[in-house]
Design a protein. Structure first.
Length: 733
């Protein structure tokens, strides 16, 4: 019986390792197998039971489970024998170790099912996976069907799941021919989140590369299935659970430096044998090769990295010179890395080698127990590992500090600084002073990085273009929806291309979180956050940008901001800080001839914050009125004219206009009556004098002027009087 079974295995595969035992292959019944599930096993006793239980419990009963033990030296073999004894659908192949590719080919050669699925022995699957996928495959007559999946980690008894899409939106729930709709080649490489028609695999001789060890042989299998399939399908539901807490996974190994190179030579050979497919698919071959070479670089120590970069550089240089490298299929972030490597591989090596702290991520934390884990997890998932995280606890009264302590025990690169509640600006300043990184990034504790490549992409772009500031596009999370498209005054949140920019061209000061800042520039020029509770970010950002003069922009969305206005309670102090921040920005913009930035800040008084400010123009708030007078005195009609592209003669800010002309203000928590004028000390006198002058001036022209002209003349009179008032004030000092 054994010899009959072994005849099913391809001779060149069989000869690579001795089959020691076959279990349950002699048991047959009349039930046709719909799906054969191949499980490669090598030293996974800790996870194997969970894996097998999830397959045995499938709602689709007509399955077989082919477990191929690749020379395990732990208790895995005994577990397989135990399960085979309980369920005849579990078939075991026990063989000498020969590597992942050979193990998979043995299992697939022995499969009797109409379709074949794969489950890695440290993963597990949803109980309805194979029934759902098989039904769609039969209905649509598919060569293969794949579904989305979840990555997961378990720490301290808690399971964290991360949803992963395998292809771009628009490619789901319909039949696709991958070699024609080649966008799917950009998707995630995996072989285990779907099922493959056995007849399809046999027709095109689709097999795994039989190199030693677990060495990325899924790349070749992936490429072949996408290359040859006429009818493929992608399901949006996630069934497969892919483990990321197994320290023995090949994903974390740097021992086999050239395994990825060997795998892509295997794919190259297949393309060369099929020239009819090669022309269309060669660009995507180089794209996937590039991404996986980057993946390899992330897992090598510095010595091996330097050696591997020579191969990386040589292969892509030759491909470019021969015209085989089509960069049009690369996204902007990958092009940054590719061109950096080809331009100067020594500088590229210095930028990616392990050792020095590249980026310090500074996070002020105040009562964010609900969100801080998501924030920190998004940083620790970054592909750039040479980072430090500085969390400044701003006197939290919830469990935030406890959570930070938990993370600092788990990770050596997290530092906790504690301060009495002093505001986010002061917390960030402490972070700047403590930072040891080459660049500094800032996060709020309830926000997160939306992808794993952000810090590396920003850092590589900053180094390649030798800039002090580098940033990307912005996103907001509002009412459970992510917003990535902005217009009008918020259009500056988005970059449409990767390019070097002058701040004098950009002149936008919202979204400072999405930038890296050169640490020496900040400390050397004493660029810190002002001591405000509100609106401290734009003055910091403007000072940094004006100092740097230029920055590099990447179009990738690099930050997700959780917008929750319900947490914001306005007080007089916060309104004053807002006014002081806008005042600071107006002065910075005026002194540096940044007209667009200047008017954007003036317009915030008139549009974004007019209701809030007006609600605090009360008799007891003389300092609010003084701050408005001070801003009005700073109004420069020439700057506004330059920004608007037309002549503006006199200009009055709207909150002050409303107060002077007795416009109703929003209700105040302290006083809900309608606001007229300030009635206190010198501010009262100044405002009364101004109000009397307005009425006198208005009466003088009322006899001969129309109503509209009279109003216009009065309005132009106000800014002159306020400037005169402040000139008198300065002359008395």
């Amino acid at each position: 019986m054994k010899s009959e079974v072994l005849k099913k295995i391809a001779p060149h595969t069989l000869e690579k390792s001795r089959i020691r035992q076959l279990i349950n292959f002699d048991r047959t019944d009349n039930t046709a197998v719909k799906v054969s599930v191949v499980v490669p096993v090598c030293n996974v006793q800790e996870y194997l039971r969970e894996c097998l239980d999830s397959i045995i419990g499938q709602s689709l009963a007509e399955i077989e489970i082919i477990c191929v033990n690749d020379g395990s030296t732990d208790g895995s073999e005994a577990i397989l024998e135990e399960y085979a004894a309980k369920d005849k659908r579990v078939k075991v192949v026990d063989k000498e170790n020969a590597g992942y590719g050979q193990t998979m080919n043995v299992g697939m050669d022995l499969a009797s099912g109409e379709y074949i699925g794969i489950v890695e022995s440290d993963d597990y699957v949803d109980l309805h996976m194979y029934e759902d996928l098989y039904n769609i495959a039969k209905e649509q007559e598919l060569d293969f069907i794949k579904a989305n999946f979840n990555r997961f980690m378990r720490e301290n008894g808690e399971t964290k799941e991360f949803f992963n899409r395998i292809v771009a939106p628009g490619c789901y729930n319909r039949v696709i021919k991958p070699r024609e709709e080649r966008i799917v080649f950009r998707g995630v490489i995996n072989t285990w989140s779907g099922i493959y028609k056995k007849a399809f695999l046999q027709k095109f001789g689709i097999r795994h590369n039989e190199t030693p060890g677990a060495s990325y042989q899924d790349n070749g299998f992936f490429f072949q299935t996408f290359m040859f399939a006429d009818r493929a399908y992608f399901s949006e539901r996630a069934y497969y659970m892919n483990r990321r807490d197994n320290p023995n996974s090949s994903v974390y190994s740097n021992a086999k430096m050239y395994c990825m190179r060997d795998e892509y030579r295997f794919i190259q050979n297949i393309l060369d044998k099929n020239p009819g497919y090669s022309k269309k698919l060669k660009p995507y071959f180089w794209l996937k090769k590039f991404k996986n070479y980057l993946f390899t670089c992330d897992r090598l120590d510095n010595e091996k990295l330097k050696i591997f970069l020579e191969t990386f550089y040589d292969e892509f240089r030759q491909a470019r010179e021969s015209g085989e490298l089509d960069v049009s299929v690369f996204d902007a972030e990958d092009l940054e890395k590719l061109f950096f490597l080809l331009e100067d591989k020594e500088r590229y090596y210095e930028a990616i080698l392990c050792g020095p702290i590249r980026i310090s991520v500074v996070i002020p934390v105040y009562n964010e127990e609900k969100w801080i884990r998501k924030c920190l997890d998004s940083i620790y998932s970054q592909t750039l590992k040479d980072i430090e995280i500085i969390c400044v606890d701003d006197g939290s009264t919830d469990a935030s500090l406890q959570i930070l302590s938990e993370y600092s025990e788990r990770y050596k690169n997290l530092e906790i600084i504690r301060q009495k509640n002093s505001g986010a600006g002061e917390a960030r300043n402490k972070g700047i002073q403590a930072a040891k990184g080459e660049f500094i990034a800032f996060m709020d504790a309830d926000d997160w990085y939306p992808s794993t490549t952000i810090l590396k992409n920003l850092y590589i772009a900053a180094k390649r273009h030798n800039v002090k500031v580098c940033g990307g596009s912005f996103s907001s999370f509002i009412k459970n929806k992510t917003v990535t498209e902005y217009s009008d005054e918020f259009a500056g949140y988005t970059f449409t291309e990767n390019k070097l920019m002058l701040f004098s061209e950009y002149q936008y000061d919202y979204g400072y979180h999405r930038f890296l800042y050169d640490a020496k520039m900040l400390t050397g020029e004493k660029i810190f956050f002002p001591p405000y509770r509100r609106f401290q970010d734009p003055p910091f950002f403007n000072r940094a940008m004006i100092t740097a003069q230029k920055f590099y922009a990447i179009k990738q969305v690099v930050y997700c901001y959780r917008k929750d206005d319900s947490k914001l309670v306005w007080t007089k102090e916060k309104v004053l800080d807002l006014l002081h921040g806008i005042r600071d920005n107006m002065i910075l913009a005026r002194d540096n001839n940044l007209a667009k930035l200047y008017f954007a800040n003036v317009n915030r008084l008139n549009k974004d914050f007019v209701k809030v400010i007006t609600s605090f123009i009360l008799p007891e708030n003389k300092d609010v009125c003084l701050a408005l007078f001070e801003i009005q005195a700073l109004v420069d009609e020439k700057m506004i004219s330059q920004a608007l592209g037309g002549k503006v003669t006199e200009y009055i800010i709207k909150p002050l206009y409303r107060a002077l002309f007795n416009k109703p203000a929003a209700a105040s928590a302290a006083n809900s009556r309608t606001v007229t004028v300030i009635n206190e000390e010198k501010i009262y006198d100044a405002l009364l004098e101004l109000k009397r002058d307005i009425h006198a001036y208005g009466d003088a022209v009322a006899i001969r002027m129309s109503l509209s002209y009279r109003i216009g003349r009065v309005i132009t009179f106000i800014p002159r009087k306020i400037r005169d008032l402040f000139r008198k004030k300065r002359s008395k000092r």
